[in-house]
Write a protein that binds this ligand. Structure first.
Ligand SMILES: Cc1cc2nc3c(=O)[nH]c(=O)nc-3n(C[C@H](O)[C@H](O)[C@H](O)COP(=O)(O)O)c2cc1C
Length: 376
């Protein structure tokens, strides 16, 4: 059975997004929406999935959970029992506080600070294996979820077993061929080969080089989806030519009306060039491609504190990001962004992106079909 038949999509475009509207719109347009669940508490994820279920016209969709191999064990054990802030060293808190104070960025009003911090802590608290398990329990109550993808590590055996009993297709993100082999051994049904161009946690190998390597690493036995650098149809044609069975995009949706970003944040994306999407560790403790800002660069200077493991670095950074967004300071704003950010210049819609990608894909395939390659 082809991946298309198994998952039930019409066009091989997977959309990763933390925003339920994007997931719904892509899925209704024939693609496959995948909700990034790792910044939600289980209670909030229940709300998001219930909403998607009722808006997606009965179509299947996916969920992505971060299951890191390396994480702060004390934070996992203490989740729900202690304030995870207490695990962040003063050195780190003071470093961040000083940068924003020197930049004149105001503190959040007390009420908003409490609310945002509670959200950040419960959400970021999901970025441990047990946090991911709590999210998977929610997913299992939503039968329209037909695909679960793990990021930053293979899904543990107990998670694989639970998803299997409900017939859910299991995937895993990978940035290196050896990770793909490990995922296959863990029993996944597909891998997403994500090149360095990608926004979010990314490795060092480009998509063009990585995809064939990953196909070889899994022995051609399970499908490979290509991620990183896909914003238009000709690029999708290239991925299909490499042997991928679809593409997985994240950054391109951030410029759509449906995305979760504020108008200020969206403008930061439209103003950015490709080379402004840099790989840094300040956001989660692991390497993330994100918009370069004075905040991200401050962490690269000699004397900056060492990065904390997930979820602690993310808790610290997200609180400061909330202040930066409130102050609308583009020079301090760092959110995940892939290299395609340089091609995004104005607000669009999910439907328009889906339409443009498919038209250009068809045109590209037609053009390739007419190429005179000098043979018979
Ligand atoms: C804002 C943002 C957040 C992301 N968060 C996650 C995540 O939580 N889990 C995950 O597997 N991938 C995450 N990614 C990576 C995407 O799944 C996807 O692989 C990547 O965006 C593809 O490359 P592109 O940005 O060039 O489209 C994120 C990407 C972006 C842009």
């Amino acid at each position: 059975m082809s991946l298309k038949q198994r998952l039930g999509f019409q066009v091989p475009i997977f959309a990763f997004s933390h925003c339920r509207d994007v997931v719904v719109e892509v899925t209704k347009a024939g693609g496959y929406g995948v909700l990034g669940a790792s910044t939600f508490s289980p209670e909030q994820l229940e709300i998001e999935l219930t909403w998607i279920d009722s808006h997606v016209d009965g179509r299947p969709y996916g969920v992505d959970v971060i299951i890191p191999g390396k994480y702060d064990h004390e934070a996992e054990v203490g989740h729900g029992k202690i304030d995870l802030h207490d695990l962040i060293p003063d050195e780190h808190k003071n470093f961040m506080a000083k940068i924003l104070a020197d930049e004149g960025v105001l503190e959040l009003p007390h009420d908003e600070r409490e609310r945002i911090n509670a959200e950040i802590i419960t959400g970021r608290g999901a970025m441990t294996p047990d946090g991911a398990r709590r999210l998977v329990e929610v997913v299992l109550r939503h039968p329209q979820v037909k695909l679960v993808v793990s990021a930053l590590g293979p899904p543990p055996p107990d998670v694989v077993a639970k998803l299997r009993t409900q017939g859910i297709t299991i995937g895993a993100m990978c940035g290196r061929p050896k990770h793909a082999a490990r995922h296959k051994a863990a029993g996944v049904d597909l891998v997403v080969a994500q090149g360095t161009e990608a926004g979010g946690h990314s490795g060092e190998i480009s998509t063009l080089v990585l995809v064939p390597q990953v196909i070889d690493a899994v022995g051609g036995e399970i499908p490979v989806i290509a991620a990183g650098g896909f914003g238009r149809g000709s690029q999708i044609a290239a991925a299909l030519a490499l042997g991928a069975e679809g593409v997985w995009c994240g950054t391109v949706w951030l410029g759509t009306r449906e995305s979760e970003l504020t108008p200020f944040e969206r403008q930061a994306y439209f103003d950015a060039q490709t080379e402004d999407a840099v790989r840094r560790r300040c956001r989660t403790g692991k390497t993330v491609r994100m918009l370069r800002s004075r905040l991200s660069e401050a962490w690269e200077q000699p004397g900056a504190p060492a990065y904390l493991d997930p979820p602690l670095q993310g808790i610290l950074f997200n609180e400061m990001t909330a202040r930066v967004i409130r102050a609308e300071r583009a020079d301090l704003y760092s959110f995940p962004a892939g290299q395609v950010v340089g091609t995004m210049t104005e607000e669009t819609t999910v439907r328009q992106v889906m339409y443009d990608m498919q038209v250009e894909l068809a045109d590209t395939l037609e053009r390739l079909g007419k190429l005179d390659l000098g043979g018979q």
